[in-house]
Design a protein around this ligand. Structure first.
Ligand code: HEM
Length: 497
């Protein structure tokens, strides 16, 4: 009995000493954090108990509204993690451009694809980004437009099935179109996803995977690997993510290797010459020396980061155009003018002339930023005005908050008004009040690709259809499922023009 008591006492003392050392090492962090405003949390779990039982919509609302109640920059504790909100343009400008804030939060360790651009940090990020930038050069984007045009015509054909019929969710077709285009253009992967657009297994696995990862983030207990590995959620992760969605990288890699065996047919298959090189070319270039796990994580990152984002924005833009017929008419007239009402051959120069369409897409991304929150990790102390963010803090990039803030966008910030993006109006807006692709050195690598793809799809859609919807703008609500989602489906009806 005495031995057992001594043992328990010994364990207790060891834990207490380890905890005291942990606190002592972080004393500077606690000192600086105490000067930041924010909600009071519980010992050990911080505000974890608030998030535990919330739905994805409620988490979204919590992250949106809670920081507004406190002086900026506000903070909270999530377990041992100090989290600070960057929700003013000045603060975002500092954080997004600081070399001390290039890494992502350790919360991302819960996710997969740790060696892909989205998550990787430090020197590895610099090496990957430098190697992959050429795949998104203007020269490459210009060459993609023929592909965008061709793939968007299949999207139009899918929508044609619904002419004068009851409303349908345009996101399903759009997601398939975006994925098929990305795989062909960036990976030279030949596939036919749009012919059975609504039943693609990869897309379904990605949707399930996003929910699994969100459920893990929400549950503090699942942040501990040992506990998580015993859960059903972990088994689902294996099934839908590792054995499901992520397998696409193996298939892409295999097909690519086979094409390389016959080099003559590779660069010019289907008539698209991807000069200077596409994404997978860059990954496999010998001088870049990527390991196999880096290659696969990068392919999966590209596919995941690239397809759903553009699909969401195009679907939302079509929904906005359906809700605001006068805006739709104005975009249509611009398209007719630029294409001279007859020659609909789409190229980079013509797309660049679609200025009003550009404004409409931008306003949609302002109200519905597909990445509503990002994160960074401070590797050193960062000064924000008279406050100091400690080293080792997770900084939340609050894109949604800043883009909807009345302080920076006026009293009608919650209204849809593309005129905000006219050159004369936009010049009065702080550049970091609008960051749908983020900013600084880690700005979205695919932003130009995304803009041109979206403009091509919308041009082909609008010259074929007049769209309408019964949904009302005021009724739209958002949730967070890794990326932003609407609680409503993008239900539209179409009439042939
Ligand atoms: C409307 C379309 C898109 C939007 C709104 C968007 C938005 C974003 C945002 C906000 C980030 C920063 C995320 C963070 O740091 O937390 C990001 C990063 C990234 N995006 Fe996009 N994206 C879009 C399209 C694309 C496309 C088409 C691709 C690829 C073809 C792509 C690939 C990436 C990659 C690889 C990163 C990580 C960049 C890095 O950290 O160096 N995105 N995107």
């Amino acid at each position: 009995m005495l031995v057992l008591q001594s043992l328990v006492f010994g364990v207790f003392i060891s834990l207490a000493v380890a905890y005291a050392r942990f606190l002592w090492k972080r004393r500077r962090m606690y000192h600086l954090a105490a000067k930041l405003d924010g909600p009071k949390g519980l010992p050990f779990i911080g505000i974890g108990h608030h998030l535990f039982n919330l739905s994805l919509t409620e988490i979204f609302e919590y992250l949106m509204n809670e920081p507004e109640k406190y002086e900026t920059p506000s903070k909270f504790w999530l377990g041992p993690e100090l989290v600070v909100f960057a929700n003013t343009p000045d603060m975002l400008q500092i954080v997004l451009n600081s070399p001390k804030c290039l890494d992502k939060s350790p919360l991302y360790d819960l996710f997969v694809l740790k060696k892909g651009l989205l998550i990787v940090g430090g020197e590895m990020w610099k090496r990957h980004r430098k190697a992959l930038n050429p795949a998104f050069s203007i020269g490459n984007i210009k060459k993609f437009i023929q592909l965008f045009d061709e793939k968007s015509k299949i999207f139009v054909k899918n929508c044609e099935k619904h002419i004068e019929k009851k409303s349908f969710d345009v996101y399903g077709y759009m997601s398939a179109c975006s994925l098929e285009t990305l795989l062909k253009g960036n990976c030279n992967y030949v596939c036919d996803i749009q012919s059975d657009a609504l039943n693609n297994v990869y897309i379904k696995n990605v949707e399930k995977g996003a929910k699994i990862l969100m459920d893990r983030v929400k549950n503090i207990l699942y942040h501990f690997e040992a506990i998580y590995h015993l859960s059903k959620l972990y088994r689902d992760e294996q099934l839908y993510i590792h054995e499901g969605a992520l397998k696409i990288a193996d298939e892409i890699y295999e097909q690519y290797r086979n094409q390389l065996k016959d080099k003559n047919t590779f660069n010019d298959s289907d008539g698209y010459q991807m000069e200077p090189k596409n994404f997978v070319d860059c990954l496999l270039e010998e001088k870049n020396q990527f390991e196999m796990d880096e290659i696969k994580d990068e392919i999966n990152t590209l596919v995941a980061a690239g397809h759903e984002t553009s699909a969401f924005v195009v679907s939302c833009t079509i929904l906005m155009l359906s809700m605001f017929p006068e805006v739709q008419q104005k975009v249509f007239e611009e398209i007719e003018e630029v294409f001279n009402k007859s020659n609909y051959e789409i190229d980079y120069e013509k797309l660049s002339k679609l200025v009003y369409l550009d404004m409409v897409i931008k306003e949609t991304m302002r109200l519905f930023p597909v990445v509503p929150f990002g994160t960074r990790r401070s590797n050193d102390e960062v000064e924000i005005g008279d406050k100091v963010i400690p080293a080792g803090t997770t900084i939340v990039i609050s894109t949604y908050s800043v883009q909807r803030s009345k302080n920076f966008w006026g009293d009608d910030a919650d209204k849809f008004n593309p005129e905000r993006f006219s050159p004369e109006n936009f010049k009065n807006i702080h550049p970091y009040a609008y960051i749908p692709f983020n900013g600084g050195p880690r700005i979205c690598i695919g932003w130009r690709y995304g803009m041109m793809f979206m403009k091509t799809i919308l041009t082909n859609f609008l010259r074929n259809f007049e769209a309408s919807t019964e949904l009302k703008f005021e009724d739209l609500t958002c949730k967070i499922a890794l990326s932003l989602k609407l609680n409503q489906k993008c239900l539209i009806s179409v009439r042939k023009r």
